[in-house]
Ligand binder design. Structure first.
Ligand SMILES: CC(C)(COP(=O)(O)OP(=O)(O)OC[C@H]1O[C@@H](n2cnc3c(N)ncnc32)[C@H](O)[C@@H]1OP(=O)(O)O)[C@@H](O)C(=O)NCCC(=O)NCCS
Length: 192
């Protein structure tokens, strides 16, 4: 019965429910009982159910000119940007690194940016990934993996590099191996 009911939930209704819950709005309606059941489940299981039964539609795009406001919100959500450190000029040009990258992929739900990745590459031998991010409420649904795969498919014979502390496990699931030599030399960025 529960599963049958789930089949009738529209993904947009579920998203409205999540937003309503976040901002504390009381909601009524036919599906409320089912939503309450969903709420009882862990978010991981809920995400799995929503993906399988409600088919949240994710659109992937390859445009480089991502809207600065959407990109800024995504960076805020994953903790890479902070309002107090970001000037209006930085916000207005927030996509500059994406515009100048070799290629960019992004994930969209209902015309809202939910994930992004950018790559600097010579298109043959050497490629490096930057700024892979997925909105927390859309994580663990395969979006990050799909974004990385789309990049690798652009030049599958290339060496692929990424520098990360907290997402090593994620990249290992995709097939990246730790560089045991650990021989990076660097001059740090003066902006961040
Ligand atoms: C890292 C990140 C992009 C992963 O995106 P995602 O859409 O959640 O990834 P996926 O759903 O494709 O996950 C694929 C697998 O990796 C695992 N995984 C995801 N994030 C992980 C992490 N930080 N550490 C270890 N494993 C992770 C998932 O559990 C999943 O495994 P499963 O298939 O066994 O369930 C996302 O967590 C994120 O935006 N983090 C904040 C920003 C960040 O750290 N970016 C990386 C900098 S290069």
């Amino acid at each position: 019965m529960f599963l049958l009911k789930c089949r009738y939930i529209e993904s947009s209704a579920v998203r409205q429910y999540k937003i309503a819950k976040t901002v504390g709005v009381r909601i009524e309606g036919e599906s409320t009982r089912c939503f309450r059941l969903l709420e009882l489940l862990s978010w991981k299981l809920t995400n799995w159910l929503l993906r399988g039964l409600c088919m949240i539609e994710i659109e992937y795009r390859d445009q480089k000119d991502l809207p600065c406001d959407e990109l800024y919100k995504l960076f805020l959500a994953v903790g890479w940007a902070k309002d107090e450190n970001t000037t209006q000029m930085m916000r207005d040009n927030f996509n500059c690194a994406f515009l100048a990258s070799t290629f960019v992929f992004s994930a969209w739900v209902d015309n809202h940016l939910v994930g992004c990745i950018r790559v600097l590459s010579d298109l043959h031998f050497r490629s490096i990934i930057y700024d892979l991010a997925v909105l927390p409420e859309y994580q663990k649904q395969g979006i990050g993996t799909e974004l990385v795969h789309r990049c690798i498919n652009m030049c599958p014979g290339s060496e692929w590099l990424v520098q990360t502390d907290c997402a090593k496990g994620f990249y290992e699931t995709i097939g990246f191996k730790k560089n045991s030599e650990d021989d990076f030399l660097m001059i740090p960025c003066k902006w961040f």
